[in-house]
Design a protein around this ligand. Structure first.
Ligand SMILES: Cc1cc2nc3c(=O)[nH]c(=O)nc-3n(C[C@H](O)[C@H](O)[C@H](O)COP(=O)(O)OP(=O)(O)OC[C@H]3O[C@@H](n4cnc5c(N)ncnc54)[C@H](O)[C@@H]3O)c2cc1C
Length: 380
């Protein structure tokens, strides 16, 4: 047993943090205020191997595995959650191509994403169903050699900036709820695809979020990902793989909150002494630090287990479940330690507070994670 990072992993972590300080930090406030997605940043990240870093080298990635991607994600989130999201989700959906795609699909879709030339999206949630994954209604009807898609997807990250989407759609409407779905790759510029940006988000405002609708969108049958009728199970397995990334975002954001809170607690004085000297302040800092270190253990182990070929999906769900709450706790405590200054945009903790909440919502709400973990515990 060895808890140390390897030399390469340490270098990757340091490089990602340096990149974030140099490229993300100067843009963070502006992108947040203006809800701006900066495409050039994703291209810069790709140039240094940070886009789709988890993708194996044979398909254009840096081949750092799920653990390496978690390290990168943590470092980017320490600096700016919004553009961290842009960089790590430039390959969102590609996990399904990696898990279920043919060699032809992997060779075609993954390398351009790693080069920063194309951006992907995963289109699962619908306006009337999110947590109820089997309740999605988008249809993909077979018509000769094609699928014809109709339906609507909601809250799609990269929706208006992506080049292709992995779409969850019903191909077998007469089958049971878990056997009717398939996953289909849809070019974003296909006739009949309409993409509408959603504005006014609470946090991660640099991230592009959109409603995407399909009206008689025709794609060839070769765009099927994996097996027809296996889409539900493929999606569950997909989330098992991506959850450690969201948990790693929580870890990075938690660390940013603790750093900011410790700094401020050392500078601000009240009653003639630094507020960091008060035991009530130290109690908050302690609770933050303990949660962060507990989360680090969950994230690193869950990511490592996938790379080791022994994925522990309950652990991935626990990391995501605990991570979202840890990030929200840390952001709340950081704002409190800043007092009134925590409530204005002179300090970044108000942004951390707004950015943190999404970690309890996307890729499975915390309630959904309870269902996953609880169900796993009760399974014989
Ligand atoms: C910024 C942002 C980015 C996103 N990016 C993407 C993306 O790229 N692709 C994508 O497909 N989706 C994306 N989503 C959607 C996200 O995954 C969903 O919003 C989330 O899964 C919740 O679904 P919902 O919004 O429909 O809420 P609902 O499923 O309607 O849930 C509402 C509430 O009810 C609770 N609930 C539901 N069912 C149960 C139950 N059985 N037991 C107890 N409580 C329950 C939920 O936990 C929640 O608290 C994104 C969302 C946001 C806000």
């Amino acid at each position: 047993m060895d808890f140390d990072l390897s030399e390469e992993q340490g270098m990757l972590r340091d490089m990602a943090f340096k990149f974030a300080r140099k490229e993300l930090a100067p843009l963070a406030a502006e992108c947040d205020a203006q809800e701006k997605y900066p495409p050039e940043l994703v291209r810069k990240a790709a140039e240094v191997g940070l886009v789709g870093a988890w993708i194996p080298e044979e398909y254009g990635g840096a081949g750092v595995g799920i653990f390496g991607e978690a390290l990168v994600t943590e470092q980017l989130a320490r600096v700016d959650m919004g553009n961290c999201t842009n960089i790590i989700t430039a390959s969102f959906g590609c996990e399904a191509i990696w898990l279920y795609g043919t060699e032809e699909q992997k060779g075609r879709y993954l390398p351009p994403v790693c080069r920063g030339e194309r951006v992907s999206a995963g289109a699962f949630t619908e306006p009337d169903a999110g947590t109820d994954v089997a309740g999605y209604k988008t249809r993909a009807q077979k018509d000769e050699g094609d699928y014809v898609l109709n339906g609507s997807k909601m809250f799609i990250t990269n929706g208006t900036v992506c080049d292709f989407l992995v779409v969850q759609a019903i191909t077998h409407p007469d089958e049971g709820r878990h056997a009717r779905f398939s996953q289909i790759i849809v070019p974003a510029d296909a006739p009949g695809v309409t993409r509408t940006k959603i504005t006014g988000k609470m946090g991660i405002r640099a991230s592009d979020t959109a409603e995407v609708s399909f009206e008689d969108v025709r794609v060839p049958r070769e765009n099927l990902l994996g097996q027809e009728g296996r889409g539900f199970h493929q999606l569950m397995h997909f989330f098992d793989t991506t959850r450690p990334f969201v948990a790693a975002q929580a870890l990075g954001l938690g660390e940013a909150c603790l750093d900011a809170a410790v700094r401020y607690a050392g500078e601000r004085t009240a009653f003639g002494r630094p507020i960091g000297g008060f035991q009530l302040t130290q109690a908050k800092l302690t609770e933050m630090a303990v949660r962060i270190e507990a989360l680090r253990g969950l994230v690193y182990r869950a990511a490592w287990s996938i790379d080791a070929g022994r994925p522990d999906y309950n652990l991935a769900a626990m990391a995501k479940y605990f991570g979202g709450q840890a990030a929200v706790f840390c952001a709340n405590a950081a704002v409190e330690i800043h007092g009134g200054y925590g409530y204005i945009d002179e300090y970044p903790v108000q942004k951390f507070y707004r950015d943190a909440k999404i970690l309890e919502i996307y890729e499975g709400t915390k309630e959904a994670e309870i269902l996953t973990i609880g169900g796993g515990l009760m399974r014989p």
